[in-house]
Ligand binder design. Structure first.
Ligand code: RNT
Ligand code: ZN
Length: 419
């Protein structure tokens, strides 16, 4: 039964011309691809190399998942406290090997992800996938697909090809298309003498990876750009211009991570342009604080504005939405949930906007537009949000559950994970 607060909120929104039932219905079907790497600080299982690639997790809060079983258990806790449709977003570095087995990333096979497939299938989820072009001894001089060393470049091309096969396997086995995202951190700390050749080699490598036959109805290849990384401040090979041009030319899907631009550049402003020229686009939703810091996503202005661009342009079925943040300074499970819920809450916020906002702009009634947008900020979104969670059979309060989970582990396992 709906709460009296929801019933009242429904009436308030109706006065704005908004149907809360429709909004709730739409939100139910939006799929969020949940990144697995929040649970273990992006370490992975295929070698336990320390994190490289110009990205950094900070904090030493207890409870980092150290094994596939721990990560899966933590993910289950997260999934139990998030409503809506979900997909699992895996990195190749999360391959699970049999005891004693070691396999190079250029030789990975579907069987190394069978446990993840079973995990996802049991939970009715599709899987998205990412080749891992970082945290590995074959990253030489901070270069992979753009390396002048043919042995290095070839190794990573083979990794990309293997991942494409694995992505198709996930899609076939789950029956849900797999988004395979390519991101490399290749670049230089200081001013390069040649910006052209590394990009030419990256282009060639991508062409080689894409020459692997694959079923385009099953796998969507996305390409993620970036402006800089730690130790890669002066030049990144996979810049925005490179990635957008390559995607357009090769007919793959561009991916924007909202931490990967200059601080006053907004991804919310870029979405409409990409929608005009691409059937599908992809997003990594994160929260950059002063730089690409990958803070936990909050229900903040830019997240709302991103959601607004997706919803008001009627593009919910054209945007692959994934989360991408990693915070090790607070309980990781709570961080995971806060971030995904914030994305969903922002989408609900956008779904509860009156459609006539666009008309006000067309009529140049910018006065009403400002007033309406301000009034809507304090409309009773929280009551509709709680109703959404209630209908999804998910508790509003996740904090106490996360704390209980933390305590339980602490007691039961006596417990290295929480030391
Ligand atoms: C890094 C990129 C990339 C990674 C993940 C782990 O800046 O955002 O998407 O965060 O692939
Ligand atoms: Zn990203």
């Amino acid at each position: 039964m709906s709460s009296s607060r929801y019933i009242e909120a429904k009436e308030i929104y109706a006065k704005f011309g908004v149907d809360t039932e429709k909004a709730l219905q739409k939100l139910k079907d939006v799929c969020i691809s949940i990144h697995c790497w929040q649970g273990d600080d992006v370490v992975g299982f295929d070698g336990k190399e320390s994190l490289s690639g110009g990205i950094q997790t900070t904090g030493n809060y207890i409870g980092r998942a150290r094994t596939p079983d721990e990560l899966m258990a933590d993910l289950d806790k997260v999934l139990s406290l998030i409503g809506g449709k979900k997909k699992l977003n895996l990195h190749a570095s999360y391959a699970i090997f049999d005891d004693g087995e070691t396999v190079g990333r250029d030789k990975l096979e579907p069987k190394h992800f069978k446990k993840w497939l079973d995990f996802a299938k049991e939970r009715n989820m599709g899987i998205d996938f990412n080749p891992t072009f970082f945290s590995h001894p074959m990253v030489k001089d901070n270069l992979t697909l753009s390396s002048p060393d043919e042995e290095v470049r070839e190794y990573w091309v083979n990794h990309g090809k293997k991942c494409l096969e694995i992505a198709e396997y996930f899609a076939t086995e789950t029956g849900v298309p797999c988004v395979m995202n390519i991101w490399i951190s290749d670049g230089y700390k200081d001013i390069p003498s040649d910006r052209y050749s590394p990009r030419a080699r990256y282009k060639k490598s991508l062409d080689e990876i894409l020459s692997t036959p694959y079923d385009k109805s099953k796998v969507y290849i996305t390409l993620e750009s970036k402006v800089f990384g730690i130790g890669l401040e002066s030049y990144t090979v996979g810049s925005s211009e490179f990635c957008l041009s390559y995607s357009a030319k090769a007919g793959i899907t561009p991916l924007m991570d909202n931490g990967h631009y200059h601080p006053t550049e907004m991804v919310s402003d870029k979405i409409s342009s990409l929608l005009l020229f691409n059937e599908k686009i992809a997003l990594h939703i994160t929260r950059p604080v002063r730089w690409d810091s990958d803070h936990v996503v909050l229900f903040d202005d830019e997240t709302k504005e991103i959601a607004k661009e997706i919803v008001l342009n009627d593009a919910l079925d054209r945007v692959f939405i994934a989360t991408d943040y990693f915070d090790a300074s607070i309980n990781r499970i709570s961080a995971w949930i806060t971030g995904v819920r914030s994305v969903q809450k922002a989408l609900l916020y956008a779904l509860l906007l009156p459609t006539n906002l666009k008309e006000l702009q067309e009529q140049n009634d910018l006065t009403s537009l400002m007033v309406m947008q301000e009034e809507l900020k304090t409309a009773p979104l929280g009551d509709v949000w709680n109703e959404y969670l209630h209908r999804e059979n998910v508790d509003v309060d996740y904090l106490s559950q996360v704390k209980d989970y933390e305590k339980m582990f602490w007691r039961q396992e006596n417990n290295e994970k929480y030391i």
